[in-house]
Design a protein around this ligand. Structure first.
Ligand code: GUN
Length: 307
């Protein structure tokens, strides 16, 4: 039987570390870290996500403020709100929930968030820092994926890792983090030829294609570590709705370890958002590094430990 990598437990551990860091910042005379979440429109899923993020802040002592704007908010007004948050010394993290309404240029809005407060890690400056292995804020889900792998396989040096999925939010950043950890990384996607053969060689598979139960048992080498980023609603044989990942969970019990869906990657994403907010607050509280200084830094891999 494959071991289950318990994302909820690891997220709780990370939250404890984050709370201790918040307490230390406040004890040193700093304001509590502040996260601003901007939500435009009334997309149901976005409302649920935003509520979860706000609630999670309370648990670790992060102050959160929510800006709910109507669906017909103009781009100019949204940019003005973000500009104000960028300048607010009580706010250390700014997040604009996507998707945004069609009349708003999402790329422009995400670029308007100060890179120092960009706790999603979506700003091109942070993407650049990530791809050059020079610090910056790491996107939440990829950071969570690295922590989950680290919990069962702390040394990735020379390991064969296959990433399935090439999104800007998961596939590409996770591939860069894995490269920094000195893994041999193959980035694939649903159009990759011979995907089963490529996967069968992998010591670790990160499945982030958004294709339910894509990875079959025969794709998986015995003893591999499996990280399932996918989450799709599916009707079960009993007529009840269930959530499935990108990996056919019941077929891969010969793996060393696997993240369940739900309860694997999902809980890590919010825990990493909180950790990123505290990192941003710490960075902003300390002497701001001179322009370009951080480009000399080696990546700090201790960040992959949740404890
Ligand atoms: N919408 C779905 N996931 C996310 C996320 O991680 N960040 C933001 N800003 N919007 C999202």
């Amino acid at each position: 039987m494959a071991d289950i990598i318990d994302g909820r437990a690891i997220a709780r551990q990370l939250d404890e570390k984050t709370k201790a860091e918040v307490d230390a910042l406040v004890a040193a005379g700093n304001p509590a870290p502040g996260l601003a979440v901007v939500l435009v429109g009334d997309d149901g899923a976005s409302q649920v996500y935003v509520r979860r993020k706000i609630k999670a802040c309370e648990k670790v002592g992060i102050r959160s403020i929510e800006h709910r704007l109507p669906a017909d908010t103009t781009q100019e007004h949204l940019l003005a709100v973000i500009d104000q948050l960028n300048k607010d010394p009580q706010i250390h993290g700014v997040l604009c929930q996507v998707p945004l309404p069609d009349h708003i240029d999402t790329r422009l809005v995400l670029r308007s968030i100060s890179p120092d407060k960009d706790v999603d890690g979506f700003h091109p400056v942070n993407v650049g820092r990530l791809t050059t292995g020079t610090g910056g804020i790491v996107p939440c889900t990829p950071l969570g994926v690295m922590m989950l792998i680290n919990s069962v396989l702390p040394d990735l040096k020379g390991k064969d890792v296959v990433v399935i999925g090439k999104s800007n939010i998961v596939g590409k950043p996770v591939a860069n983090l894995l490269l920094d950890a000195e893994a041999t990384v193959t980035v694939t996607h649903i159009y990759t030829e011979n995907l089963p053969d490529i996967c069968r060689k992998a010591d670790v598979i990160v499945a982030a294609a958004g294709a339910p139960e894509l990875v079959k048992g025969y794709w998986v080498k015995p003893g591999a570590v499996l990280i399932d980023v996918g989450i799709t609603r599916k009707m079960g044989e009993d007529g009840k709705e269930k959530l499935v990942g990108d990996i056919a969970f019941d077929e891969v019990q010969h793996a060393k370890a696997i993240t369940p869906v739900p309860g694997g990657v999902g809980p890590m994403t919010i825990a990493c958002l909180l950790a990123n907010t505290v990192q941003a607050a710490r960075n902003l509280a300390s002497e701001a590094p001179a322009e370009g200084d951080d480009y000399a830094d080696a990546p700090d891999r201790s960040m992959y430990s949740a404890s």
